[in-house]
Design a protein around this ligand. Structure first.
Ligand code: FAD
Length: 361
């Protein structure tokens, strides 16, 4: 039996499992490692934070997907990889061998400790549920008069999650006074997206009563007074263990990949999505992980001796749909932008469709 090990319940692996369910390959022992069976779909996280969706509506059930694909779902977190010995170690000490390995573990955030504040890191997404639930419960138990809410990061995640959390808090506690701000290191919001989208986002933040501090670093003394809620949504950072595995990684610790999504140092290892470093840096956005999925699936089959591998070609432009938590959304495509309730309806339909496609049948 040849062993194919998928690590991480990410967007690309969801598609690999779907593909495997449609066309299983005999003689392959397939397993997927992930800390939780239910993995949130990032595009719907702001909607869930705002209260537009229940958590169950935004998750992909990887245990069910694995079952349908004839794969084992291994509940666990990888903490080390020995690429030379082809051995993956889990947090509970289990060691898993493989012949072909695929990494789709996303990215993380290194968040500073802030005394007296509640910090909600926006990655990894699967831990956010518990922490956000605790914030909402605490507010329901002990209603406060005022709350300072600061988002750190001027990208899509920082802007969307701040608007979402403010909408949810206002709905839950209409008398609560919110002192909201967003701190961004860059001079402009939404770097990499259309300028018009950034202008529209600035206007949405202003409408929601957010003070935007662009062009400076977060400063705990002025931005996070004791008792405040801090939403940490700075740029994606690499998990630490791949850089210690012997795999070729870039300076930031992301796993280098070639056009076939393979590690140049260990061709039996593939990587996709946020954890992978393409020759030219790609935005750390779910749409890239999604587009890599079918190519990854085909190339894993090729690595097992089934057909030819395909080169991945990143899209030059990508559509970004950003929820503003007021029944509307902003679209960015190349240099063009648009906004309105119809954009939200469009986003809602696309996102629900993605999750539904991966639901157990
Ligand atoms: C709030 C927010 C909203 C966003 N909205 C959008 C959007 O609308 N559109 C968009 O394109 N992008 C969006 N993004 C970016 C998007 O989340 C990421 O780019 C995307 O999730 C990356 O997909 P992935 O498949 O690489 O990894 P992920 O979707 O992050 O999946 C990685 C998986 O690996 C698992 N994992 C991690 N470490 C380990 C380990 N050690 N062992 C085993 N498993 C592990 C995790 O539990 C997770 O299930 C958003 C990000 C945030 C924070």
């Amino acid at each position: 039996m040849t062993r194919l090990l998928l690590v991480g319940a990410g967007h690309a692996h969801a598609q690999v499992l779907r593909d495997w369910a449609a066309a299983p390959r005999p003689g392959v022992q397939l397993a997927l490692v992930g800390p939780h069976a239910l993995a949130p779909y990032s595009g719907m996280v702001p909607g869930w934070l705002a209260g537009a969706y229940r958590f169950e509506q935004i998750v992909i059930d990887f245990a069910a997907l694995a079952r349908a694909a004839g794969a084992a779902f291994v509940a666990g977190e990888a903490v080390a990889l020995d690429a030379a010995r082809r051995t993956l170690t889990l947090a509970d000490g289990r060691a898993l061998g493989y012949d072909v390995l695929s990494l789709n573990i996303g990215s993380t955030l290194h968040v500073p400790a802030l005394d007296g504040c509640t910090v909600l890191p926006m990655r990894p997404l699967d831990r956010l549920r518990q922490r956000y639930g605790a914030v909402l419960d605490a507010l329901a138990r002990e209603p406060a008069r005022g709350l300072a809410v600061t988002a750190v990061g001027g990208g899509a995640a920082g802007c969307e999650t701040l608007l979402a959390v403010l909408a949810r808090l206002r709905a839950a506690a209409p008398r609560l006074h919110l002192d909201a701000r967003l701190v961004a290191r860059g001079d402009a919001l939404l770097p990499g997206l259309a300028r018009g989208a950034a202008r529209r986002m600035q206007a949405a933040l202003t409408r929601a009563g957010v003070e935007v501090h662009a062009g400076r670093d977060f400063d705990a003394t002025q931005d996070a007074p004791p008792g405040s809620l801090v939403l940490w949504a700075t740029g994606a950072q690499a998990h630490g263990w791949p850089a210690r595995s012997g795999l070729a990684c870039d300076d930031a610790g992301f796993v280098r990949i070639d056009a076939l999504l393979r590690s140049p140092s260990h061709p039996e290892v593939h990587a996709a999505g946020d954890c992978a470093a393409w020759a030219e840096p790609l935005p750390k956005a779910g749409v890239f992980a999604v587009r890599m999925g079918p190519v990854l699936s085909r190339n894993l089959r090729a690595a097992l001796g089934d057909g030819d591998a395909l080169a991945y070609r990143p899209q030059r432009r990508h559509l970004a749909l950003l929820a503003t938590a007021d029944g509307r959304a902003i679209a960015s495509w190349g240099r063009a932008s648009a906004e309105g309730a119809w954009v939200w309806r469009c986003k809602d339909r696309i996102d629900r469709g993605f999750v539904a496609r991966h639901a157990p049948r």
